[in-house]
Design a protein around this ligand. Sequence first.
Ligand code: NAD
Length: 297
Amino acid sequence: VSTVGFIGLGHMGHGMSLNLLKSSHKVIGYDLNEQVLNEFQKAGGVRATSIAEVARNSDIVITMLPKGAHVKSVYLGDDGVIANAGHGKLFIDSSTIDIETSVLVAEKAAKEGHRFLDAPVSGGEKGASNGTLSFMVGGDEATFEQATPILSLMGSSLFYVGKNGSGLAVKLVNNMLLGITMAATGEAFNLIERLGVDPKKFYAIASKSTGSNWALNENCPVPGILEESPASHDYKPGFAAGLMLKDLCLGQQIAINTNASTPFGALATSIFSMACHSGLADQDMSAVIKFLAGNKS
Ligand code: NAD
């Protein structure tokens, strides 16, 4: 039984850390937000007062933070994980961030004799609380094998991709595809409504036809078609449009770095950027349909 440190107990980290607590591991957690720390403590977690305390007292450290800048400061800061962890520990970062930051942290960790994996997830808050996340993992394969028991407590599908940064590569390209299909699905529903066809009928047919895709089938942007979809609950996320924009921007960065042409990715980035500026950032990404229809948020 090892002690697991968890830094970043927000929307995703909350459910993930609670699933670790259900196992026999001791879990020590830290977040800047007092409220989420209190909830973690109430669920049986050990509350730390600093990142350094987590790093010193854990065999494995998991991080679930918003952006690359947070990951950099949490791992590389003077009071951060690497400066305080000693030697030979396992670090797993599940944040969706830029590849450069992740690879830089992996290199600095290796220099101090630690192992580092990028292990971004898909499955959202629901997957985090149900322990059914998908992990796509980059790093040394033997390290992935060592991490498998702990990742299995939080996820039901574990995919090893390749070297450090490659888990993030898959995550960012997947989310670029999702952003494109979400916007395209909204556009299709707006057109069908103009044509006077019942969107429920369109859904029934298109979801079984060649237009079928996850954004249509599972995250249908028209209210009242799927009981469970965010659209049927005032577009409460789900996956917020603002987070989609963040991931699309990261996708454009890697496209520029590799000189790849991604015209649909670029267009989806612009559409989500305008949708977010129009006030939809905190709504589910399927609310992009309202922006495309010219509706006020
Ligand atoms: P969140 O903002 O709810 O949680 C992040 C937490 O990190 C916050 O509680 C914040 O206080 C904490 N934090 C920030 N800086 C810190 C620091 N220096 N020390 C300690 N704690 C710090 O975000 P989230 O929705 O949990 O997402 C986390 C990551 O997972 C993001 O990269 C996101 O893109 C990705 N992701 C989110 C979802 C989703 O549906 N929410 C799905 C897949 C992936």
